[in-house]
Design a protein around this ligand. Structure first.
Ligand SMILES: Nc1ncnc2c1ncn2[C@@H]1O[C@H](COP(=O)(O)OP(=O)(O)OP(=O)(O)O)[C@@H](O)[C@H]1O
Ligand SMILES: [Mg+2]
Length: 593
């Protein structure tokens, strides 16, 4: 039940009880007072009857049992509106205003009659067989002039008359009680308001607080316990808001750090279930945070090695560092799992996981590269050593063949120099510090410059070389020197891998916001399965032939790097014996990349 209702009800209850007690005691008092005064009234009526009778006696009445006496009694009775009974000393009823005295039995044993015969005023309240109702009787002795008791004069009225009057009084009082109760209920409602209203407001505020609304405040305008409580609640709300804000900002910081970390973070409780993770974990293991939180590592991430490292760290309470590999897709990971204790004192394991796949790849490439470079250098250097030894021996004895050796020596040296130059180019292109200054470049100019520089070489090898450039072509953003190198390498390959009588076409085409550089030959072509590999460093399809043609297998890796620097794509269309077409597609300068 609401506190307001309770207050109103208790006020009303108290009011009703107090009023009822008042009514009951007042009622009893009023009744006895009323009956007393009635008794006195009846007594005085009886005395009046007695005086009248005495007068009648004075006028010569000898016998009480006479018609005159009866007539007097009847007259007085009707004027007094009371029942009057005249009783002889022996109890015989001589006259009665309300009944026939002949049919009435002897009244000597009636208590009020008895008392009157003894010289006192008799009083009684009882059921009357003659009038068939409860009556209040008052009887006085009737004495003659010589003071002899000759009989009894009795006056009576029905009690129902008294009750009628009393009921009227009770009715009025009851109406007063009901009205007072109503007034009390209304008044108690008004009185309860200053208590109930602030309590309701407090309830609303606390409800709001439970639902994260910490901005509500209570008015503090009462200088009592309610005012104090309002103040305390306001302080509580302010403190809670400050604490929550603090927590929120701490959480946001932690989240920011976790989200921006390249390392995967995994917090595991002592039962082996994941309690915290970050986006890097989702990226590395290709899982969703929702699917791993609350589940054991082995069931959600499915890495036996990670699970083992976590459990080892949890059980031995020491740091575990390991490198593990994931299959499909292949990944190399470095793990560091540390035992930690959370704010509740529970032991947990914190795993920091770094994806070192790329690092490992680079390491491997670097190793391969060194092996390849040493190997590639060894061959021409051994050739040079052989030639110089032979030359030393033959220079004096056979000057003619010495000249041939020197020519071969010179060729080997050119190859070597070419290779070293390409290596330098490549390392420059690969170094991360190398950022190219891009400027608008006219690819038409680049292509025609390369074309004319190769014209002589091509015709020397019996090849026809055609260059096709549209009249006006948009510029691209790039590095002119790098673009020259790229074109040169492609044309160089076309010439190198096309036998005499072949045909080489160099073309520029504008297509769909791009400019395509197309170098097409009808030379030896490349087997389909070799195509993906020709852009690797030192990769040559035919090693022996490559050496013969002076190639080191670096040209296309340089092309690939330059294309990447210019956001260009490379496509190769070739088949063995059918010639090759290399297409490099550059985005046009004014289109955003
Ligand atoms: N137009 C082409 N026709 C047929 N094969 C080609 C063509 N271009 C490249 N190749 C093949 O791809 C290989 C790699 O070419 P790349 O230009 O990288 O090296 P290279 O020409 O052998 O030496 P260099 O470093 O001097 O250019 C070549 O050895 C050759 O086997
Ligand atoms: Mg080449």
């Amino acid at each position: 039940m609401r506190i307001g209702k309770k207050l109103i009800l208790s006020y009303a209850l108290i009011a009703t009880i107090v009023l009822l007690i008042a009514i009951l005691s007042l009622g009893a008092f009023v009744k006895s007072f009323y009956i007393n005064s009635l008794t006195h009234q009846l007594e005085s009526q009886a005395n009046t009857v007695r005086v009248a009778m005495n007068e009648l006696e004075g006028w010569g009445l000898k016998d009480l049992n006479s018609p005159d006496a009866r007539a007097l009694i009847n007259k007085l009775g009707s004027s007094m509106q009371s029942r009057i009974t005249l009783i002889r000393k022996d109890g015989a009823v001589l006259a009665d205003t309300n009944a026939n005295p002949e049919t009435m039995d002897n009244h000597a044993s009636r208590p009020e009659v008895k008392a009157a015969l003894a010289g006192k005023v008799g009083r009684s309240e009882r059921f009357s067989a003659n009038t068939r109702q409860v009556m209040l009787y008052v009887a006085v002795p009737y004495k003659t002039y010589d003071n002899q008791i000759k009989g009894v004069i009795r006056v009576a009225i029905p009690v129902s008359e008294i009750n009628k009057s009393l009921n009227q009084i009770v009715g009025v009082v009851l109406i007063i009680v009901i009205l007072t109760t109503i007034v009390m209920v209304i008044a108690s409602g008004v009185l309860a308001n200053p208590i109930v209203k602030p309590i309701r407001r407090m309830m609303k505020m606390v409800e709001g607080m439970a639902n994260d609304d910490l901005e509500q405040r209570l008015p503090v305008n009462q200088n009592d316990e309610i005012g104090e409580l309002s103040k305390l609640l306001n302080n509580l709300a302010v403190n809670m808001r400050d604490k929550i804000d603090e927590l929120k900002s701490e959480k946001a910081k932690v989240e920011l750090i976790l989200n921006s970390m390249a390392e995967g973070i995994l917090l595991v409780n002592k039962s082996g279930e994941v309690v915290l993770t970050n986006p890097a974990i989702e990226r590395i293991f290709k899982v969703k945070a929702n699917d791993i939180i609350g589940r054991p590592v082995i069931h959600s991430i499915r890495s036996y090695d990670l699970d083992r490292a976590v459990h080892e760290s949890l059980s031995l309470e020491r740091e575990v560092v390991d490198e593990i590999e994931l299959q499909s897709p292949f990944r190399s990971l470095r793990l560091r799992v540390m035992p930690v204790v959370n704010s509740l004192g529970e032991k947990q394991a914190l795993a920091v996981i770094r994806d070192i796949t790329r690092q490992k790849q680079v390491e491997r490439l670097r190793k391969d590269f060194i092996v390849n470079v040493s190997h590639e250098l060894k061959t021409p250097l051994t050739g040079l050593k052989l030639l110089s030894d032979t030359l030393l021996r033959s220079i004096d004895t056979d000057p003619k063949s010495s000249k041939i050796f020197i020519k071969r020596l010179d060729k080997e040296l050119s190859t070597l120099i070419n290779m070293v130059r390409e290596l330098i180019d490549l390392s420059k292109l690969e170094s991360p510090q190398q950022s190219i200054e891009k400027e608008p470049v006219d690819l038409g100019e680049v292509v025609s410059e390369v074309g004319s520089s190769f014209t002589q070489l091509a015709s020397g090898r019996g090849l026809s070389l055609s260059v096709n450039i549209p009249e006006s072509i948009p510029t691209i953003l790039g590095d002119r020197d790098q673009l020259l190198t790229l074109t040169r390498n492609l044309v160089d390959n076309a010439i190198r891998y096309t036998p005499a009588g072949g045909k080489i076409d160099i073309k520029l085409e504008e297509n769909n916001n791009h400019i395509n550089l197309i170098v097409k030959d009808n030379g030896i072509g490349i087997a389909k399965r070799e195509i993906p590999r020709i852009f690797e460093r030192f990769y040559r399809v035919d090693k022996a032939r490559g050496r013969e043609t002076g190639g080191t297998g670096l040209g296309l890796s340089i092309v690939k790097h330059i294309a990447e620097n210019h956001r260009a794509t490379i496509s190769v269309d070739s088949a063995l014996g059918m010639g090759s077409t290399f297409t490099i597609s550059f985005p046009i300068a004014d289109t955003p990349p």
